[in-house]
Design a protein around this ligand. Structure first.
Ligand code: UDX
Length: 481
């Protein structure tokens, strides 16, 4: 590739996320942080998501302020009318997504001008390493899921070899797993990634998860969306497999801090969401008293049966708190969109005086609203970090992937919430909501506020995440020279 350019030119980085909301969120924010440092960025989005973002957001205006910030698109290999919900990405990865995308990525990199100095690839897209190696471009992997999740995924072959997997039935779920270094005292079978519940460890998704995780440690370096203060012990374990780690998160907090330092309003951030944010919930929150509302949202991929949603809803209505509930379009399984609308309309009607329902919320603003005192969450890593930064205690009801271990860390390691894993019963929802919002309110509020203070310090000047971001910027500059 032609690298004969003026050394004055800024480094050109291609950023390539998996086409899922949780991955796009942190990778686009990292891209903006690098653009603030003067880098040229090409952000590679799937056609499908790009179209949605163009329709729903002010993307073009927002990024026009950064010279050299460009979007390019790539196919995800699936037909336009594919529902892309639930575990669609992993189910289609090997057969469709990898083969279609790999060739496309190669062509994009060969034709791009100026040439790319470094690729920041989603840590789940191991084939990016092959393409980078082939074209002589360094690749840094960004694992957007939690370090706890990463370390457990990496350890799966050892757990199997030790005979601690597969799980032998529901009575086996509370057994401690002893072969994940650093987690011996708190990791139970039920806290392993949901894929590990497969009866057979030859399951293709189990194999894919640990294969891609082990592969990402072969990259030039790993970026993780965390801080030393939050995940120090687990980061030390991961460093035994990959020496160069940039723990530079929480990325959304890092971006807000750097925008403020440039005298830019952090509220003027790009809202990269794939659904339209309903701002009316902020006006509703404005009318509620301090820390009286539990925010309830299950992220961008989770789906739920009508019965389960109704259980959650009864638990909320019977609790002593008010609630703000997000029911995303396509959230309910087994419903056509009309059926789904009916359920939501019915719930809305019945809950007018107790709560408020939207299809998609401006989550960061919601979590930072003084009326919000708790978060009933699926424990997606972005949601967990957003809650930690805002100092909001959590009730965790994990759905899949790293979420099972994230919820364990929230309750047992960081002690900033409760883990409701594997239960869906109105009585339990009511009890947990009352514990966090009423009975143990002060205790949880105090621990969440202390954690927020610590984590927010890490993105300020002199903090560990701030220094790690500066180191990443310098290291990429050196790749350019
Ligand atoms: C996925 C996985 O589920 C998660 O476990 C993994 O760690 C990352 O990728 P997702 O399920 O979408 O992500 O959850 P999460 O990581 O929490 O991301 C959801 C994002 O959507 C958050 O940044 C959140 O702020 C945003 N969101 C969610 C909204 O903006 N509005 C909403 O109403 C709900």
């Amino acid at each position: 590739m032609d690298k004969d350019r003026s050394s004055q030119a800024p480094p050109h980085v291609l950023v390539f996320p998996i086409p899922l909301q949780g991955h796009i969120n942190s990778m686009i924010k990292l891209s903006e942080l690098l653009a603030l440092a003067g880098f040229r960025i090409t952000f590679l989005n799937s056609d499908h998501n790009h179209e949605r973002l163009v329709k729903l957001t002010d993307m073009a205006t927002h990024f026009a302020r950064y010279p050299g910030f460009e979007f390019k698109t790539i196919t995800d290999g699936l037909p336009p009318d594919h529902p892309r919900t639930g575990n669609w990405f992993m189910e289609n990865y090997v057969e469709v997504i990898e083969p279609k995308t790999k060739q496309n990525l190669r062509e994009i990199l060969l034709n791009i001008s100026p040439p790319v100095d470094c690729i920041i690839g989603d840590g789940f897209l191991g084939f990016v390493l092959d393409v980078g190696k082939d074209l002589g471009i360094p690749v840094i992997c960004f694992r957007t899921s939690s370090p706890h999740g990463f370390w457990v995924y990496h350890s799966i072959p050892d757990i199997i070899q030790a005979g601690e997997l597969p799980i032998k039935g529901s009575e086996d779920m509370d057994r401690l797993i002893t072969t994940v270094p650093g987690m011996e005292t708190y990791l139970r079978c039920r806290d392993l990634p949901s894929f590990c519940r497969a009866p057979d460890m030859e399951d293709p998704i189990v194999k894919l998860v640990f294969k891609e995780t082990r592969r990402s440690t072969q990259a030039n370096a790993l970026i993780l969306n965390t801080t030393e203060e939050l995940d120090g012990p687990i980061l030390s374990q991961i460093r035994t497999k990959c020496r160069n780690i940039y723990a530079l998160g929480p990325i959304h907090a890092q971006l807000n801090t750097r925008l403020k330092a440039k005298h830019r309003d952090p509220h003027d951030h790009f809202s990269n969401t794939l659904w339209k944010e309903d701002e009316s919930c902020i006006s509703w929150l404005d009318q509620q008293s301090n820390r009286s509302v539990i925010y309830v949202s299950f992220g961008s991929i989770t789906t739920m049966s009508r019965d389960k949603l109704v259980e959650v809803w009864y638990g909320l209505v019977n609790s002593k708190a008010k609630f703000l509930l997000v029911v995303r379009p396509n959230f309910m399984t087994g419903e056509d969109s009309e059926g789904e609308d009916d359920v939501v309309r019915e719930l809305l009607e019945k809950t007018k005086d107790r709560g408020y329902t939207v299809q998609w919320a401006p989550q960061e603003a919601v979590l930072n609203h003084p009326a919000v005192g708790g978060f009933l969450t699926h424990s997606g890593w972005n949601s967990t970090l957003e809650s930690i930064v805002a100092g909001v205690p959590m009730i965790c009801w994990p759905y899949f992937a790293d979420q099972q271990v994230n919820s364990r860390a929230v309750s047992e390691v960081w002690k900033i919430g409760l883990d409701m894993k594997d239960v869906c019963d109105r009585k339990v929802v009511e009890k947990m909501v009352n514990k966090v919002m009423v009975d143990r309110k002060e205790e949880f509020a105090k621990s969440a506020a202390e954690m927020a203070k610590l984590i927010n310090q890490s993105v300020n000047e002199g903090g560990s995440s701030c220094s790690n971001l500066d180191r990443l910027i310098e290291d990429i500059r050196e790749m350019r020279l």
